[in-house]
Design a protein around this ligand. Structure first.
Ligand SMILES: [Cu+2]
Length: 426
């Protein structure tokens, strides 16, 4: 294979541009990952990857050079559950790559996995030999080897990178990330730009290794490989234009629903959707192999953002157990326990009690209760693919952790005694 030569031939202009761009990679104490915090020096609004980070880069002879290391990692899905995942640079999804249309990029990939891999730049228009399909466009990157991918970005949009060798195992264990290409000039300013990768896993309760052989029956559902209440909220100011990018290389389709807003799907992994072809939505379906960008104007409040398949904003829920809804189990609990030793008489009135039960009953090690999260009014009874868009009129430190303070008289309340309660009838 042809060896790469890294030339150093700076022109004064190139050096100045490089200096300005590199300033963007200097981390500020307490202000997030490198590359995401000095907006003034970047010609775009940096993407925020909740629970993740942005991959730093350096200019090498006019080429933006990134370095990914694919490796086994210990990954916390949420407090109480750590898995042995495979990811890039210590994370799953791997750090978000950000670049600009027209950039020449070089991405070094070092393989620390126990088997060969290749990295596919999903949706990126590039020379075939840089496409990263093991066996088809290159030989696999053997354990310990470093490969260089290099190409010029001829488009903009939300693309992805993911393993394209032994995909069931490698993607199933977390080897994917965002590859975001900003346009040279955006027509409308974006105030906040978020990126959320959708994934599902099967991790047998009590174990820590995701099972890569599972095809349909998953038990852990994640945003950026985190399950609620481990998902970081999205924080914004009232009236801001928000872009949220979703990506999926998993097995399931995920209809992602945002409360309290009407949004437009403005782009797919194939490019921008023309204004005349955008229509309003409150739920966007993101299928495997797709990305979808939505834009909205932020309304004040705490707004649920979640997958709308009902078991996806849930954690492991023992779904193979019998249906007990409406069954008086007072007399049969002991008999059921002869068949299911750990069975508890539950769910007669619904499954909402599961969250309270999880609080005072020891479950299996290293898994997550089906429902979790306490809000200002009680148990939220959610898990999995669930997070909160927190929009405030005036942002201040700590807003990410604080609950919305609604204006007087704008919260649903119990009807006072003595008022007429007859339902209206057709
Ligand atoms: Cu889903």
């Amino acid at each position: 294979m042809k060896k790469h030569h890294f030339h150093f031939s700076f022109t004064p202009l190139g050096a100045a541009v490089a200096l300005v761009l590199m300033l963007g990679t200097i981390p500020l104490a307490g202000s997030g990952p490198p590359g995401t915090n000095i907006k003034a020096n970047l010609p775009y609004t940096p993407v925020v990857t909740p629970n993740g980070s942005t991959l730093p880069w350096k200019m090498v002879d006019g080429v933006k050079e990134f370095h990914l290391v694919v490796e086994e990692i210990q990954w916390e899905v949420a407090p109480g559950m750590v898995i042995k995942a495979w990811g890039y640079n210590g994370q799953t999804p791997g750090p978000t790559i950000e670049a600009i249309e027209g950039d020449r990029v070089r991405i070094l990939v070092t393989n620390q996995l126990p088997e060969p891999t290749a990295v596919h730049w999903h949706g990126v228009i590039l020379p075939s030999g840089m496409d990263g399909v093991q066996g088809l466009t290159q030989r696999g990157i053997a354990p310990g080897e470093t490969f260089a991918y290099e190409f010029t970005l001829r488009q903009h949009g939300t693309q992805m990178y993911h393993s394209h060798g032994d995909e069931m195992t490698q993607i199933g264990l977390g080897t994917m990330g965002f590859f975001i290409i900003h346009p040279k000039q955006r027509e409308r300013k974006i105030d906040r730009d978020f990126a959320i990768f959708l994934s599902e896993w099967f991790v047998a309760p009590g174990s820590s290794r995701p099972n890569p052989k599972i095809m349909t029956d998953f038990n852990i559902f994640t945003f950026n490989s985190r399950a609620y209440p481990g998902t970081a909220p999205l924080v914004a100011r009232t009236g801001e234009r928000i872009r949220i990018r979703f990506a999926n290389v998993a097995q399931e389709t995920h209809p992602i629903h945002l409360h309290g807003h009407s949004f437009k799907v403005v782009a797919t992994d194939g490019g921008d959707i023309p204004l005349s072809a955008q229509w309003p939505e409150t739920t966007v379906l993101v299928a495997p192999g797709q990305t979808r960008d939505i834009e909205l104007i932020a309304n004040p409040g705490d707004w649920a953002l979640h997958c709308h398949r009902r078991h996806h904003p849930m954690n492991a829920m023992g779904h193979d157990l019998p249906n007990m809804l409406g069954v008086d189990q007072a007399d049969v609990q002991e008999k059921i326990r002869e068949l299911l030793p750990h069975y508890m008489a539950m769910e007669r009135t619904g499954m909402g009690g599961m969250q309270a039960m999880a609080g005072h009953m020891a479950g299996p090690e290293n898994t997550l209760p089906m429902m979790a999260g306490d809000g200002p009014y009680g148990a939220i009874q959610m898990g999995g693919m669930f997070t909160i868009l927190k929009v405030r009129d005036h942002l201040k430190a700590g807003d990410g952790a604080a609950w919305y303070q609604p204006p007087e008289g704008t919260v649903a309340e119990k009807v006072p005694a003595g008022q007429r309660l007859e339902p209206t009838k057709p």
